[in-house]
Design a protein around this ligand. Structure first.
Ligand SMILES: Nc1ncnc2c1ncn2[C@@H]1O[C@H](COP(=O)(O)OP(=O)(O)OP(=O)(O)O)[C@@H](O)[C@H]1O
Length: 309
């Protein structure tokens, strides 16, 4: 058996490269056959997946090495029945946390070599402008704007160099919390899967709106503590824009994972959703930034995938 390693050396500010520095000598020492396909720049995942699928024989195994963004981009290119292993090497590692995968490269590799194939559910999303799969969350509004602003912040580059990446994130989050404007949206669901969608939420004051397939977002925050990728349910957590002091007073509850008991948080659990916005908003899909245009209805449902651990 050959292990096809698809790795992002840049993930987790170099954790991907450090993972390879640990894993490759281990594979050599144990004469384990492998082929390494490492991305050299952003956006190479799709072409590397294609090369691997062209070359890989039955019985060979694909192992993805990287953060949440890497595994998400790779999943988008894989056929549904292609089982894969995963060695987490990101900064947030929310997907790995959701399945309690080991963050130790050798332990994660050994788990990925096992015969334990697990079925998980991921989100399928489609609209006129967006189409793909998400393993973690689809966020519209606050979280998407924070990710977008953090990515383009000049301060981030400087603070990252000083190994203060988290501080840059907190500063950006604070700035967005203060300045972000609310947006108008409506959400519906097809209760009986008969293509008849009923409206379940509408507001002109939406601030945070996150669809999630497991508890975590933003590197370990439990946005919906009871969500699980082992069932079909998608959790929607919504919070309207309120006075800043009120919003700040709820932050400790969010960090403790008890916020959903508070009446200002809307929480819906369904197997499908459709969402429409009045105006364009940034959308974060597993930490990558896209945009959802006004009136472009976004449908979200689930599909099964196979992961080995
Ligand atoms: N060699 C590379 N150099 C720079 N960027 C890369 C490279 N390879 C992939 N990318 C980009 O990195 C992003 C994915 O990074 P990833 O999310 O895995 O790491 P992370 O952000 O550190 O982890 P996490 O999301 O768990 O916090 C994608 O946008 C991808 O296209």
């Amino acid at each position: 058996m050959t292990y096809y390693l698809l790795a992002n050396p840049n993930s987790g500010a170099g954790k991907g490269a450090r993972t390879l520095e640990i894993l490759l000598p281990y594979l050599e020492k144990n004469t384990i056959e492998y082929k390494l396909f490492a991305t050299e720049k952003m956006g190479q995942e799709a072409s590397l997946v294609k090369q691997i699928l062209d070359e890989k024989k039955r019985g060979d195994r694909l192992i993805i090495i990287g953060g949440d963004g890497t595994i998400s981009l790779v999943i988008n290119e894989l056929p549904a029945d292609e089982a894969f292993g995963y060695i987490p090497a990101g900064s947030g590692n929310d997907f790995a946390r959701s399945l309690k995968l080991s963050l130790n490269p050798i332990e994660a590799f050994e788990a990925a070599c096992s015969q334990n194939i697990h079925e998980i559910y991921i989100m399928r999303y489609r609209s006129r402008g967006l189409n793909g799969y998400a393993l973690n969350n689809i966020g519209i509004g606050l979280d998407a704007t924070i990710v977008k602003s953090a990515n383009k912040s000049k301060v981030k580059t400087l603070l990252n160099k000083l190994k203060l990446g988290s501080l840059s994130y907190v500063l950006t989050a604070l700035h967005v919390l203060i300045t972000k404007k609310p947006f108008s949206m409506s959400v519906s669901t097809d209760q009986n899967s008969v293509s008849k969608f009923d409206e379940i939420m509408r507001t002109d004051n939406a601030f945070l709106m996150t669809f999630t397939k497991h508890p975590y977002f933003g590197g370990g925050v439990k946005i919906s503590p009871k969500a699980s990728n082992l069932n079909q349910e998608i959790h929607l957590v919504e919070y309207d824009k309120h006075h800043l002091i009120r919003t700040f007073s709820l932050v400790p509850r969010v960090l403790k994972g008890t916020h959903l008991e508070h009446p200002l948080f809307m929480h819906k659990i369904k197997t499908n959703f459709a969402v429409v916005l009045k105006e364009e908003e940034p959308v974060q899909i597993d930490g990558e930034i896209y945009h959802l245009s006004a009136n472009d209805e976004l449908f979200i449902s689930t599909e099964k995938r196979k992961i080995i651990y």
